[in-house]
Design a protein around this ligand. Structure first.
Ligand SMILES: C[S@@+](CC[C@H](N)C(=O)[O-])C[C@H]1O[C@@H](n2cnc3c(N)ncnc32)[C@H](O)[C@@H]1O
Length: 292
């Protein structure tokens, strides 16, 4: 019996670290589920599927949030749960493009090019902010809220429609947390409760730490809890290292592809990487591989 309750064989597709981008035909998992349709699951604990029971695994902008070892464990788990011929599709921020773009903007900025100076500012944030931030949103969110309107074309070319809410007066007033996410739940009460509960737990833990080890100890624990929350980048990949990772985990026929291409049947019908003809995350490196 498949997810849709029918006895006929529909593909079993798994969306890992789905965030707000999920589809009802898929098994959607996230450590911080944004709705009741999403299963709360930490992929660092393996995957809750039998060996060879899955046709497609998709993880968009998840791998970089795991440690190198955690990412390797996850890709190995995808290998375990995929059937022979099953496809893994990964999307990550492309470290190579970011690094090349950083060097280009730096060179031109140093020659006094005004547009390049603005581009340099943004690409430096893209490279560093999610690696080093110690609070939600970090420098990137501050820039998007206050400065992005000076750099609309470049920021949009880098992060696509995710930048749009920051360019409207409405969103400046309400803040991006109130934007409606595509595919997000209509009734997020349970996840709000879960977040409130987690926040309460964290307040209790940091309160106890403060008593035991003082203010510096408390801020160290707060920082640690934030760093472990799944928001930060813990590693980054380029086409070479991502391919190596897939090879080392046993995958074959590894190919870089575009957002529009996939070896998963009907992938385009789920609007995961392309929405209304636009690439949802243009900064991505897309790669697919097959389980032999
Ligand atoms: C940058 S968002 C990407 C969301 C979505 N896949 C997309 O493409 O827009 C990263 C997501 O990974 C989730 N995540 C981070 N660590 C995780 C883990 N260990 N297990 C499951 N999900 C995780 C986060 O909660 C977040 O929703």
């Amino acid at each position: 019996m498949n997810k849709n309750g029918s006895g006929s064989r529909l593909p079993r597709l798994v969306n890992l670290g789905c965030g707000s981008v999920w589809h009802p035909a898929w098994d959607n998992l996230d450590v911080r589920p944004m709705g009741s349709e999403i299963q709360a699951w930490d992929v660092e604990n393996g995957l809750p599927f039998d060996d060879g029971s899955v046709d497609g695994c998709y993880a968009s902008h998840l791998l970089e949030h795991l440690t190198r070892e955690g990412a390797r464990t996850l890709v190995r788990e995808c290998f375990r749960v995929l059937r022979s011929g099953g496809v893994i599709r990964l999307a990550v921020p492309d470290l190579e493009t970011i690094a090349r773009e950083y060097l280009r903007a730096l060179g031109q900025a140093q020659e006094g090019d005004q547009a390049a100076m603005k581009q340099y500012e943004w690409i430096t944030l893209e490279l560093l902010d999610q690696l080093v931030r110690v609070e939600s949103g970090g420098e990137m969110e501050r820039y998007l809220r206050s400065r992005a309107s000076e750099n609309v074309d470049y920021v949009t070319s880098r992060i696509g429609s995710e930048a749009a809410p920051y360019f409207t007066q409405e969103s400046e007033r309400q803040g991006p947390s109130s934007q409606s996410h595509r595919n997000s739940s209509d009734n997020p009460n349970s996840h709000q409760f879960q977040h409130a509960f987690t926040a309460l737990q964290e307040r209790l833990v940091t309160g106890v730490c403060s008593l035991l080890i003082g203010r510096r100890g408390r801020s160290a624990v707060q920082e640690g809890l934030f760093r472990a929350s799944g928001e930060c980048h813990r590693w980054m990949y380029d086409q070479f290292s991502l391919k190596q990772l897939l090879e080392q985990c046993g995958f074959s026929d590894i190919r870089r592809c575009t957002a529009f291409e996939s070896r998963m049947d009907t992938f385009d019908s789920y609007n995961l990487d392309v929405v209304n003809g636009d690439v949802r995350k243009p900064d991505s490196l897309f790669m697919e591989a097959v389980r032999p």
